[in-house]
Design a protein around this ligand. Structure first.
Ligand SMILES: *Cc1c(COP(=O)(O)O)cnc(C)c1O
Length: 378
C-alpha cells in the first residue's frame, strides 16, 4: 500500500519546540505567560489592522464568547451560514438560541447576501430580530463582505466572522477576521497553522479583549478572594500551546504561499477537463489562503460523481473529503429556519476537497495527478 496522502496535516516550522522548551524552563506551564502574550502580538501584527487578539482554547470557544458578548441569550435567534463546519453553529445552541440558516451564493460558496436580507426582514416581521450574523470564509475564500456588512449595518446587527479557515486571506486588501464586531480563528490540527488545538478571538477594542480574557478565565471579580458576578468559562489558551503558535507564526506566510501553489496545481490539472470546476477567487478583491482546494464535479458532463472520485483516490490511499454538509440538512438542526434555495445542497452533492497540505511533495502531487487523470479518462 502506498503511503497515505492526507487532506491537510500539521506542518511544523522548526522553532515550535524552542518556545515550548522556554515555557518549561521558566515553569510557565499555565494558561498565561510570555508565549500567550507573544502569540497574541504576532497575530495582531500579522492581521495588520488595529485589533486586539485574545488567545483561547479553540475556535469554537472563541465563537461562544463572541456570542456571549453580543448579548445572545436563551430564546434569541442568530443568523448563520448553512454551508459550514458544525462548529460555526454549535455555540448558538450553547447559548440556548436558535440558528437561522442562510444559503450560499455560487461565486465564493459563502453566505448569500440576498437570502440574508430576506431572512432578516422576515425574522423582524415575526418580531424575532436576529442578535448576530455569523459569516464564514469557507476553505479560505473571503465572503462578499461589502454586501453583507451593508445589510448588517442597515439593520444594526453585529457580524461575527468565522475566519477559522481563513487566516492569511484578505478581502480588498484587509485581513479576513478583522471586518466584523468579532472574528474567530482556529489552530486545530488540520488548519493552515496549528497549535495542536487552539483558537483566538479578534476584537476591536482593548475593552472587548479584556472582557474576553475575563470570561475565558472563569469571570473572576477584582477581589482578593474568589468572587463572581457573572458566569465564566475555562477557555484560555495555555502557554505551552501558545509556544507552538509562536513557532508557526514564523512560517505562516510561506504556508499561505504553499497552499496557493496547491490551488494553482489543481487549476492546471483541471484546465482542459470539461465538467470540473475549481473554487477560484471571483475577482482581485478576493485573496484566498486556499486552505483547502475544492472542486465541483458535473456528473452530466463527466459521467462521474464526486463520490466515485473520492473512492478512486482512497484506493491509492489519497484522502479527500466531501464539502461541508449544509447545517439546515443536519438532523440536529432539523427544526431551524432556513432561507435560500438549493445552492449549498448542490455544492455538497457534487463537491470534493482535495489534498491541500503545505507539506506535500512533488512525488505526492504526481501521484494525485496520475490518479485523477486516470479516473476521468476511463
Ligand atoms: C475548525 C473550524 C472551527 C472550529 O475551530 P476549533 O478550533 O476546531 O474549535 C469553526 N469554524 C470553522 C469553519 C472551522 O473550520
Amino acid at each position: 500500500m502506498s503511503t497515505k496522502i492526507w487532506l491537510s496535516s500539521p506542518h511544523m516550522g522548526g522553532n515550535e519546540q524552542k518556545y515550548v522548551n522556554e515555557a518549561f524552563e521558566a515553569n510557565w506551564v499555565a494558561p498565561l505567560g510570555p508565549n500567550v502574550d507573544g502569540f497574541e502580538k504576532d497575530l495582531e501584527h500579522f492581521l495588520n489592522a488595529d485589533v486586539n487578539v485574545a488567545a483561547l482554547s479553540a475556535g469554537t470557544a472563541a465563537l461562544h464568547l463572541a456570542l456571549v458578548q453580543c448579548g445572545v441569550v436563551h430564546g434569541d435567534e442568530v443568523i448563520c451560514q448553512s454551508m459550514t463546519f458544525s462548529a460555526s453553529a454549535n455555540p448558538i445552541a450553547y447559548c440556548g438560541a436558535t440558528p437561522v440558516f442562510i444559503d450560499s451564493e455560487i461565486d465564493t460558496w459563502n453566505m448569500c447576501p440576498i437570502a440574508l436580507k430576506e431572512a432578516i426582514e422576515e425574522r423582524i416581521a415575526k418580531s424575532k430580530k436576529p442578535k448576530a450574523i455569523i459569516v464564514v470564509h469557507l476553505y479560505g475564500m473571503p465572503a462578499k463582505m461589502d454586501e453583507i456588512l451593508a445589510i448588517a449595518n442597515q439593520f444594526d446587527i453585529p457580524v461575527i466572522e468565522d475566519a477559522a479557515e481563513a487566516l492569511g486571506s484578505t478581502y480588498k486588501g484587509k485581513a479576513c477576521g478583522t471586518f466584523g464586531r468579532f472574528g474567530i480563528l482556529s489552530f486545530n490540527g488540520n488548519k493552515i497553522i496549528t497549535t495542536s488545538g487552539g483558537g483566538a478571538l479578534v476584537c476591536h477594542t482593548q475593552e472587548d479583549k479584556d472582557k474576553t480574557v475575563f470570561l475565558s478565565t472563569q469571570a473572576r471579580d477584582n477581589a482578593p478572594h474568589y468572587q463572581h458576578s457573572e458566569i465564566g468559562y475555562n477557555y484560555r489558551m495555555s502557554n505551552i500551546v501558545a509556544g507552538i503558535g509562536r513557532g508557526q507564526m514564523e512560517v505562516l506566510s510561506s504556508r499561505v504561499a504553499a497552499r496557493r501553489k496547491m490551488h494553482d496545481f489543481y487549476t492546471a490539472l483541471f484546465k482542459d477537463m470539461d465538467g470540473v470546476q475549481v473554487l477560484t477567487e471571483p475577482s482581485s478583491d478576493f485573496y484566498s489562503n486556499h486552505w483547502l482546494s475544492a472542486i465541483v464535479v458535473n456528473q452530466e458532463i463527466t459521467g462521474k460523481t464526486r463520490e466515485d472520485l473520492r473512492l478512486a483516490l482512497l484506493e491509492d490511499n489519497i484522502e479527500s473529503r466531501p464539502l461541508w454538509k449544509p447545517m439546515h440538512q443536519q438532523p440536529v438542526f432539523a427544526n431551524a429556519p432556513y432561507y435560500g434555495t438549493d445552492i449549498s445542497e448542490k455544492l455538497f452533492n457534487n463537491g470534493l476537497c482535495l489534498p491541500s497540505g503545505s507539506n506535500l511533495t512533488d512525488e505526492e502531487r504526481e501521484r494525485i495527478a496520475l490518479k485523477i487523470q486516470e479516473f476521468f479518462s476511463k
